[in-house]
Design a protein around this ligand. Sequence first.
Ligand code: 26W
Length: 814
Amino acid sequence: MANTDTAQDAAALRAAIVRKLTYDMGKSRSGARDRDWFLATALAVRDRVIDRWLEATRAAYAHGEKQVYYLSLEFLVGRLLRDNVSNLGLVETLREALAPLGVDFDAVRQAEPDAALGNGGLGRLAACFMESLASLAIPAFGYGIRYEHGLFRQILREGWQHEYPEDWLQFGNPWEFARPEISHDIGFGGSVEAVRVSEDEMRHVWHPGETVQAVAYDTPVVGWRGEHVNTLRLWSARALDPLKLEAFNFGDHVGALADRMRQEAISKVLYPSDESPAGQELRLRQEYFFTSAALQDLVRRHLRVYGDLRSLPDKVAIQLNDTHPAIAVAELMRICVDLHAIPWDEAWAITRGSISYTNHTLLPEALESWAVPLMERLLPRHMQIIYLINAHHLDSVRAAHAGDVRLLSSVSLIEEGHGRRVRMGHLAFVGSHKVNGVSALHSDLLKRTVFRDFHAITPDRITNKTNGITFRRWLQQSNPGLTGLLVEAVGPAVLNDAARLEGLIPLADDAGFRDRFAAVKRANKEAMAALIRQQLDLRVDPAAMFDVQIKRIHEYKRQLLNILETVALYDAIRSQPHLDWAPRVKIFAGKAAASYHRAKLIIKLAHDVARVVNGDPTVRDRLKVAFLPNYNVSLAEMIVPAADLSEQISTAGMEASGTGNMKLGLNGALTIGTLDGANVEMLEHVGADNIFIFGLTTEEVEARRHDGSHGAAAVQASPRLGEVLEAVESGVFSPDDAGRYREMMASIRGHDYFMVGADFDSYFEAQRRADARWQDSGAWWRSAVLNTARMGWFSSDRTIAEYASEIWDVPIKR
Ligand code: 26W
């Protein structure tokens, strides 16, 4: 029974919801659908945030606190209702408020569209960071773009991916506040005028050829227990008032309107390119658009409070999420030098003192660079400033390393050669006081590969900040069953402090506790099985091991390795059906970039294999394959609590960190993985007995790649792999098009860049270790409990605390 306080509050909340429905939405209770109840509920919940939001914002200035600004082209937020309600401690109250109205909280919750303003790990990390910043009560703004259309919807037809536009704002967004009065002018193109202001001083005036307005939309970000609330400020592009433009007066009405459309296109759609730069002009416009808006906004705020830009590094920390906002370095210099007449060297100290940069990838194709002619046309003054920064930078390198021509061209901001280009990673590096990677291995590799020469010149610049995830969303909200058990086992303080999870360690040896842990997992798997049945019309046995690989589809993430192992297992079960096989359901989900043909072919292969395996009565419940469509944050929240085995099998050296690995481990899945990204640190935390590590190390991959015939050698060495490749390339799984996979299989026999062949046997063997553990259920659940118990360190609260003390120099009060 609920206590009277809750009952009273539930009644008040119910009345507020009905008021919103009636007077803000003009709907009657009888006609209201789930979506209407969602909007009304969100508006009522939002009201409970505002006072604390305004207070937190006011307090930050009143106390002269340092502000963190997190600049990111992506915020993969997902749904917010449960997040906000849970952080406000209102879950039970809201259930009680809705029940007498005949409305189910879960149905309402699922009526919320999933805000997919990001591609994958980088965008989701930004969203977790925003939540942890608020929970740690660090005053912070997130700055990004309010895309009208987020990441495409994935529709699978006969296993082929089709992309459809996503329309999350269709029915309005109750969380945001439009701020039409908060806007900044963003210039593009035009010319630069040099004006002599004195004997030895020039001022540069940029006359943009066109100007677009960035308009603010604010979303409150509620921290744990609702104690602190920050702001996610997303910018929308608005064409300038036509009365201020000449074109309309010259009679070119249609042309002028077309121009306006082009300008407003800046915030229309998220680029769906994961790991390979789009390279188009619109993308560069997006990057400059939101970066300039963010800097103008924070500079204006700073000047209003402190009156002088020289104190910026003391009061502001600007974090660049990858190089997408790297133009910030030139923009802040322009603001200081051109607009505030600050001498160059002082401006440089302000810029470098304020900015820091996080690198998220080593993949050469993902390192951003922009053609100099494009930069000159779109951002002529920034191009001049970049040349100047480069000149100063190269002078100082030359001073310390005279005559080293190779070094100079290697650290230059400009790449010479087939068309000159600006290297955005280099620009971000020189303009930052700290540069960080996102796992220990990745940060090490940064020092040894992409930033090797930079690291030699500035050995204190690169640091590591291993990624983390917010436990509020990825444990407390998505897995209430497990959360309840944890609170019972180690006490409610675990909700505030992830380190308390360690209290579980002794319980791993308690058979009674393990049973309860397994029962929670079982219930989550039953819900998952129901979803699989509903989505795919496929029945799976919740008693089988749920083996999960959920992430963007990319060759380096090696879904192909997993599928080929599935084929090998299928073959093994068929040839020895009398053996006692550990039953498995292989669950896949993920999107391929629209133009990434190989990734789409991998999705198709998963479907072709699924059709054959799922339709074969000899394997029965011992093997099933399910590919769930349209992977997004909400689907992840369903799958993660139901996973037994977590596939983290990237080619060593290629996954910067991974964060799905942490979410799955936290929820009690055992990892099968390579020594890549944060898997290395997960191994250290959970212990070698509780994780299945396999495959080549980064160094071994490196060495093999030099050997041109390693693909053929791997196939030679593994009869099992040979059989799998023959089956796939001969059309066993694609009778309608026998040659469909010939080329993809040939690449494994050939140079096999991603080492699928080289790691195959080792992976197969690790999978059999997992089978053996599964069949010893006491041992399995012991490991599962220990995974949850030892994952506390991977909380994004820990990550943010490290950024705060080692990069931003901001105190933590909570
Ligand atoms: C310009 C095209 C583009 C777009 C996105 C290039 C690169 C990206 C990102 C860097 C891709 C990304 O999401 N990287 C992932 O970042 C996560 C958070 O740090 C890591 O956990 C993943 O390992 C990394 O792949």
